[in-house]
Design a protein. Sequence first.
Length: 319
Amino acid sequence: MSTSGGTRAIVAALSANLAIAAAKFVAFAFSGSSSMLAEGVHSLADSGNQGLLLIGGKKAKRAATEEHPFGYGRERYIYAFLVSIVLFSVGGMFALYEGYEKVRHPHAIDHWYWPVGVLIFAILAEGSSFRTAVKESNHTRAGRSWPEFIRRAKAPELPVVLLEDFGALIGLALALIGVGLALATDDGVWDGVGTLCIGTLLITIALVLAVETKSLLLGESAGPESLTRIRDAVVDGDTVTGIIHMRTLHLGPEELLVAAKIAVQHDDTAAEIARAIDAAEERIRAAEPFARVIYLEPDVYSAAAAAAGSDPDQSPGGR
């Protein structure tokens, strides 16, 4: 995923959410709608989330140091995980609390045109932001379904913005339904019910984000397409005859570590093996530009060693 594409989606979402949050708080002040208050806090939390994503992207660009020799690429994962926590605690839990209080102590909505008008404006603004996120995601989605894209993406920004914007659109629809029912029945309980639904939605999205970003923080291997390109690039059929076993790890969304034990001819000289390793590294970087750190260990192929070092989800090469 291009970093610029994720940044454009974040900036579009941030701009929309700041404007929407201000409009929602104004509507709450005039109408007293708890759905409007919950949605205002939701938009404010989303704005903070997008700010966190921008900070994470900036910090991830720092150069490697002696203390952090592999760089700071995982900063983007850390800040994406913080987003899920903020969405859960600030957005979801507050909405549940506010909805519960409104159901216990309902009151009529005043000046109905304020919440309805703001909700319609917010749906249009969020729709524009969501459209930008979809457009940027389509550049790298490569025909995958949306659930698969969100699960498999190594860069967290676009999946986070997609889920936030999608959740915001559903939340706005729930708020509009709650306000509409409260006005139609003259019963403020429906406004509280809508707020409870918004809180449940936000917590669900936060949990999905937490699970996905936790997996990235723990360390994920390269995707199937990248693994295939790397395997094909390692073997030259001459000095490097196969891969005994291989490990890959994303140091960041666009930084990949490749470590492999490669099979060489038993009578090759040290100079020949050194040249073969250098050539293999060049082929790997040409085939997979994200492969920034590469460690290749030469060995004479052994079926027992290959079986002992093989990954559970990938069969060893070199046979």
